[in-house]
Design a protein around this ligand. Structure first.
Ligand code: FE2
Ligand code: FE2
Length: 239
């Protein structure tokens, strides 16, 4: 499949380089990649990164993961014509509440009225994004609602996944520090060769398989999301 938007994206340098390069590692941000951000965006991203470094300091590996997701999300955004500033911001902040204890996460989720249709104690690993998406807008009012939506659904996906949501979801799953599994390698191999929707779908289904194979709890809502998106994909394929 041809690169959908690579050579024609709004954000310049990286996309053109990739379209020419035509290699098999399009998923990986390269050393020295730089986006020509506006000054206010640079200032904003620097602040978000500094804050993330402080917030996640107790968990150095989580911090490195977040920085890597931010770079990967930015890279995917350029490749797929999504706003790289928003992608990088979402990547930096997506695991903000990973330093919060399970008990505290449940308390905060209840406080925000988060209802996943099952006892929250059963789905604690899914809560950090949803809680952060409700806490952080007060701290960063300059960031738009798309960023918070992407962060809210980066663990569970949602029926209404937009391009930024997909970019963050995929970046979280394939960032270079993540050890390759069969599923992750399959998703990485699609980047730049398939549409963002197809890359996301591969990552989403791979995530479900991972949950099932590990005997982990699968949120019932995830089955609904799967069925809804599978139906939409089938309809699109017919038209
Ligand atoms: Fe997360
Ligand atoms: Fe993450």
């Amino acid at each position: 499949m041809a690169l959908p938007t690579c050579a024609s994206n709004r954000h310049g340098q990286i996309g053109e380089k990739m379209a020419k390069k035509n290699d098999t590692e399009l998923w990986r941000p390269r050393q020295g990649e730089r986006i020509a951000y506006e000054r206010w965006q640079e200032v904003s991203l620097r602040r978000l990164e500094d804050d993330t470094r402080i917030q996640l300091a107790p968990k150095p590996r989580r911090l490195q993961h977040s920085l890597s997701v931010a770079r990967t999300a930015e890279h995917l955004a350029v490749l797929y014509d999504v706003d790289p500033y928003l992608a990088r911001a979402a990547g930096l902040l997506h695991d903000w509440d990973k330093v919060v204890s399970n008990e505290e996460l449940i308390l905060r989720a209840k406080h925000f009225g988060i209802d996943l249709g099952v006892p929250l104690e059963q789905v604690v690993p899914l809560l950090h994004g949803m809680v952060a998406a409700r806490e952080l807008p007060d701290r960063y009012p300059h960031l738009p609602v798309e960023v918070w939506h992407a962060i809210a659904c980066h663990t569970s996906a949602a029926q209404d996944m937009g391009p930024l949501d997909m970019v963050l979801f995929v970046a979280d799953g394939i960032e270079p520090l993540r050890r390759a599994t069969e599923g992750i390698s399959a998703t990485r191999a699609l980047v730049g060769h398939a549409s963002l929707e197809d890359v996301y779908w591969n990552a989403f289904v791979g995530g479900i398989i991972y949950v099932l194979e590990g005997g982990r709890y699968l949120l019932p809502r995830t089955i609904e999301v799967y069925n809804s998106q599978a139906r939409s994909r089938a309809q699109r394929a017919r038209t």
